[in-house]
Design a protein around this ligand. Structure first.
Ligand SMILES: Cc1cc2nc3c(=O)[nH]c(=O)nc-3n(C[C@H](O)[C@H](O)[C@H](O)COP(=O)(O)OP(=O)(O)OC[C@H]3O[C@@H](n4cnc5c(N)ncnc54)[C@H](O)[C@@H]3O)c2cc1C
Length: 423
């Protein structure tokens, strides 16, 4: 099995979230020697470690628009865990209905198996150390448990979700003083919702927010209408908003976020436990990591704008489709600005948004691709991340094998590898 690091690869993929897993599998299946490097104990990223285990959206307007490796991982997980898929041709449901719930441990184990079966090497518990440009690629330092290790690759793919590799490679980044807020997911237990006076609890919660005992965003997304009844009805689940800026891509910024997020969950749980009928309330599960919707993106050969996305632009070098509303979260106001796509619109993603500008041999996939902030709020969802990962894997492998720049590999060859209809 591929656990021993080699001194040379065609492609190294950093970050084993849904984008990185699909990138590594596709790169190896295309015949490139491939290494996947992941800093955590398991693959899946936000899906597994943040608890957002409902990837979407693969279908739009009654037909499948994203297929390939990601869809294979999802359907295998559902079938192996005895689940069934909903009828995606059902029209008119809320967009979240078209997402697919997958059990986390099964998904993570299937990712392990598919990555290793593809022929890629896999290193968990490993982070980006450094990357320096060499004559024909990158000299790479990996930060392993036992210390620093050297390897090299012709192509790198940044799937870290935070552009960590792009930053060490010296690529141009888009950073923001205030990003969309993060969320620490949790699940509440130990109470009977039907026995509670939700109106009175909402009134008490609003007063606690007024007097700075709690923050409105401890129990909801919106800053201007503090309520706790929604959180109690949902038993937690994607319920809070924690402030984030682009510093969250760093260890210091991420540490601050995790500490603030855990304090927020503790604050609301302790406050609730002191209310009538809630003495037994507790958080039976808290995600191991706070979810970050947005931190940093890499400047690519083109930038996908919200206008491109909402108009369903068909790029000449499209490598995958994407489908989601513009879904922009904020700390203030209503907390979410969600704009549905017009009927029939299916946006596409150009190859050039996956190729870093001015940084030879660097591609990116998943939530760091080149886009403006509103387009990013739709492009960041998991089915699209899987599709951009698969596309980046094919492009990087072909570029390494043919000795060409990623943007020069014939697009027909890339699409042949991806092997499902785009556009
Ligand atoms: C609260 C929340 C709710 C969401 N809701 C939905 C939803 O309803 N539907 C949907 O489809 N999507 C949703 N999303 C978006 C989606 O889950 C993510 O954008 C997507 O999973 C990102 O995938 P990725 O592979 O690009 O990055 P990530 O999932 O962030 O994966 C990056 C991986 O890289 C690893 N890594 C990071 N830095 C390094 C490094 N320096 N070296 C090595 N490895 C590294 C990480 O450990 C991680 O495994 C939500 C996101 C959040 C946070």
């Amino acid at each position: 099995m591929g656990f021993a690091v080699k001194s040379k690869y065609d492609v190294i993929v950093f970050g084993g979230g849904v984008a990185g897993v699909c990138a590594a599998i596709q790169s190896a299946r295309t015949g490139a020697s491939t290494l996947l490097v992941e800093r955590e104990a398991r693959l899946g990223g936000t899906l597994t470690n943040v608890g957002i285990n409902f990837p979407g959206i693969f279908h739009a307007w009654g037909k499948q628009v994203i297929d390939g490796i990601g869809w294979g991982l999802v359907t295998r997980t559902v079938s192996e865990s005895g689940g069934t898929l909903q009828d995606f041709t059902t029209p008119g449901m809320r967009h979240s209905w078209y997402q697919v719930r997958v059990p986390i441990p099964v998904f993570a184990a299937i990712c392990d198996e598919e990555v290793l079966n593809s022929g890629a090497d896999l290193l968990l518990h490993t982070m980006t150390g450094d990357a320096k440009r060499s004559k024909d690629g990158w000299r790479v330092t990996l930060c392993c448990k036992e210390g620093m290790r050297k390897t090299s690759a012709k192509m790198l793919i940044d799937c870290t979700g935070d552009a960590n590799v792009a930053e060490v490679c010296g690529a141009k980044l888009r950073m923001y003083g205030e990003c969309q807020p993060g969320t620490l997911c949790f699940r509440l237990a130990g109470y009977d919702i039907t026995s509670l006076d939700l109106k009175a609890l909402d009134a008490e919660f609003a007063q606690a927010v007024d007097t700075d005992v709690l923050k409105a965003t401890d129990a909801g997304w919106g800053g201007n209408n503090p309520r706790v009844s929604g959180l109690l009805s949902n038993r937690g689940n994607n319920a809070n908003h924690i402030p984030v800026d682009s510093e969250v891509r760093t260890s210091e910024g991420r540490t601050r976020l995790e500490v603030e997020a855990r304090a927020s969950v503790r604050r609301i749980v302790n406050w609730l436990r002191d209310r009538p009928g809630l003495g037994g309330l507790h958080a039976e599960w808290v995600a191991q990591e706070t979810g970050v919707r947005e931190s940093t993106t890499v400047v690519g050969l083109v930038e996908i704008t919200a206008r491109d996305y909402a108009s369903g632009r068909k790029w000449r070098d499209a490598v995958c489709n994407s489908f989601y509303p513009i879904d922009f979260h904020e700390m203030s106001g209503r907390g979410l600005n969600c704009v549905q796509l017009e009927p029939g619109v299916v946006p596409t993603v150009p190859r050039r948004a996956l190729v870093a500008e001015g940084c030879e041999g660097l591609l990116m996939a998943g939530k760091v691709i080149s886009s403006d902030r509103l387009a990013h709020s739709a492009l960041r969802v998991q089915a699209t991340c899987m599709a951009t990962g698969q596309a980046a894997g094919a492009i990087a492998a072909l570029a390494a094998q043919r000795g060409e720049k990623p943007e020069d590999v014939p697009i027909a060859e890339v699409r042949k590898q991806i092997n499902y209809k785009v556009g």
